[in-house]
Design a protein around this ligand. Structure first.
Ligand SMILES: Nc1ncnc2c1ncn2[C@@H]1O[C@H](COP(=O)(O)OP(=O)(O)OP(=O)(O)O)[C@@H](O)[C@H]1O
Ligand SMILES: [Mg+2]
Length: 480
């Protein structure tokens, strides 16, 4: 994972990270408020030996003190030291309970014993610390007293006395909030990385390039109309129209060395934008002056008739079963006279019909009249129709819906097309976000293309491609 990818993960998931960071801070804040206030007072004792007169005795004494100091630390939490403190301060608790309130330590290679006492009262915490120190001095004197009656060789002297603390040691609100924020951030980043690892959808052009070397013929940005749920394919304006002009040009290059009279437009899974691409490509080619026909061969979920408003009851299936002639079934749509063959009534056996000799004959017949046939097909993975169609057509255009197909599904679809020996012209990436971390600015505003904000909004209409006065199904004339 390189730095760019890491940054992309952060940008994609900034909301999740912010929410978890705030949540961590909030939880820490509440926990801090619920924590009972306590004060910590501390004192320290210095351990030395007495009666050392020569330097050799002094040296011996300091080694002796060092060797003893850890034992004194351990003794401090014993009843010998703590019971006198309880009695003196009338604490009314067991030595074990008092031991839990104190912390005794010594730094390595020093003869200083630090005693810390924690209590809900500031004054009492200081009293406990001082009383424990005094009790330890007495206890050590008793423990170390030689049996021959000579004075004890060890001396514990106070380095400082504990005084009543002015600030509580707990809760430390600032520290708690900072830790909560830190843990929240860490959890947010962890969740973002996990989400990234588990998300196998194609999101960016680089995701696409990582998994296939098929040429990327065009990138189509997300249009405002797409937010309408269940909306039919529609005519794209602005940068969308520019993308289709680019696609038209790139298809000419892609078709230099191979026949390209009929193109099946398909995708791995449903709803990636096949019909939108087929319709807009057909319209753009028609505007370029070529004779083009759009055939709705999606005999399971046809949408061309709904998108264009032509009669859907007559079309491909009626021609295939011989109940209407081809000439009578072709309808013309838009100012540029785009020829359209709707699906006709839905048959029970779409794959059979699309793979029939009648279908091959129909396509051959269309080739005699039209320069280009654009076939809107069903998706590849759920049904075999698209694969079947590749037998009677020249080439395939693969639409990839951004965030709508997994890398695995796309790979399987390409494998399927290769298996049936389809000639894949390339990929069209559809619904590229216009904003946000996954936006591809190259597609949002290209050279000579009005930027989105420069395109006058279609007030009250369904989006940029469908002006307000035009109802769905009417012939739409947009400036391409
Ligand atoms: N670039 C785009 N911007 C916004 N909306 C889009 C875009 N492309 C397609 N859509 C919308 O997405 C939906 C699905 O598009 P479309 O019908 O073209 O997909 P499809 O692949 O043909 O679906 P199906 O598998 O059902 O045939 C439609 O509502 C369409 O308007
Ligand atoms: Mg469709």
């Amino acid at each position: 994972m390189d730095a760019r990818e890491q940054l992309l993960i952060l940008r994609r998931n900034w909301r999740l990270i912010t929410v978890l960071a705030l949540l961590g801070t909030l939880v820490a804040g509440v926990a801090s408020l619920l924590t009972p206030t306590s004060y910590t007072a501390s004192t320290s004792l210095f351990v030395s030996t007495q009666n050392s007169e020569t330097s050799a005795e002094l040296q011996q004494g300091s080694v002796f003190a060092l060797a003893r100091v850890q034992s004194y630390v351990d003794v401090t939490s014993k009843p010998t030291v703590l019971q006198p403190v309880i009695d003196k301060l009338h604490l009314g608790m067991t030595p074990e309970a008092l031991a839990a309130k104190i912390k005794v330590s010594t730094a390595r290679n020093t003869v200083i014993i630090d005693i810390e006492a924690r209590d809900g009262s500031a004054q009492r915490s200081a009293d406990i610390a001082n009383a424990v120190a005094a009790s330890l001095v007495t206890a050590v004197a008793d423990l170390e007293r030689p049996t021959n009656g000579t004075p004890t060789p060890i001396r514990l002297s106070p380095v400082d006395y504990a005084s009543s603390p002015t600030e509580p040691s707990n809760p430390n609100v600032k520290l708690d909030l900072a830790l909560g924020l830190l843990y929240g951030l860490a959890a947010g980043i962890g969740a973002a990385v996990l989400r990234h690892v588990l998300d196998r959808n194609i999101r960016t052009e680089s995701d696409l390039r990582k998994m296939t070397d098929l040429p990327l013929l065009a990138g189509i940005t997300e249009q405002a109309s797409g937010r309408l749920s269940g909306a039919a394919p529609f005519v794209l304006a602005g940068t969308g129209a520019e993308a289709f002009r680019k696609l038209r040009t790139n298809l000419q290059f892609a078709g230099v060395n191979r026949p390209m009279r009929s193109i099946v437009v398909t995708s791995a899974s449903a709803g990636e934008g096949k019909s939108t691409v087929a319709l807009n490509l057909a319209l753009t080619v028609a505007k370029g002056g070529q004779k083009v026909i759009l055939v709705d061969a999606d005999l399971r979920l046809p949408s061309v008739a709904a998108a264009t408003g032509i009669e859907g009851g007559i079309g491909l299936t009626t021609v295939l079963v011989g109940s209407s002639s081809l000439e009578d079934s072709i309808q013309y749509w838009s100012d540029d006279g785009l020829a359209v063959l709707a699906s006709g009534p839905l048959p029970p056996n779409p794959s059979e019909l699309l793979g029939s000799a009648a279908m091959s004959r129909l396509l051959e017949e269309l080739q005699m009249t039209f320069d280009l046939i654009i076939v809107d097909a069903p998706p590849i993975l759920p049904v075999t129709d698209a694969s079947v169609l590749t037998r009677s057509t020249d080439s395939v255009l693969l639409v990839v819906g951004t965030k709508r197909v997994s890398q695995h599904s796309l790979a399987k679809a390409i494998d399927q097309l290769n298996f049936v020996d389809a000639s894949i012209l390339g990929v069209v990436q559809n619904r590229i976000p216009r904003r946000g971390p996954d936006a591809n600015t190259a597609y949002v505003a290209g050279y000579g293309v009005p930027r989105p904000e420069a395109i006058p909004p279609a007030r009250g209409g369904d989006g940029p491609g469908r002006p307000s006065h035009v109802r769905r199904g009417e012939v739409v004339s947009v400036e391409i």
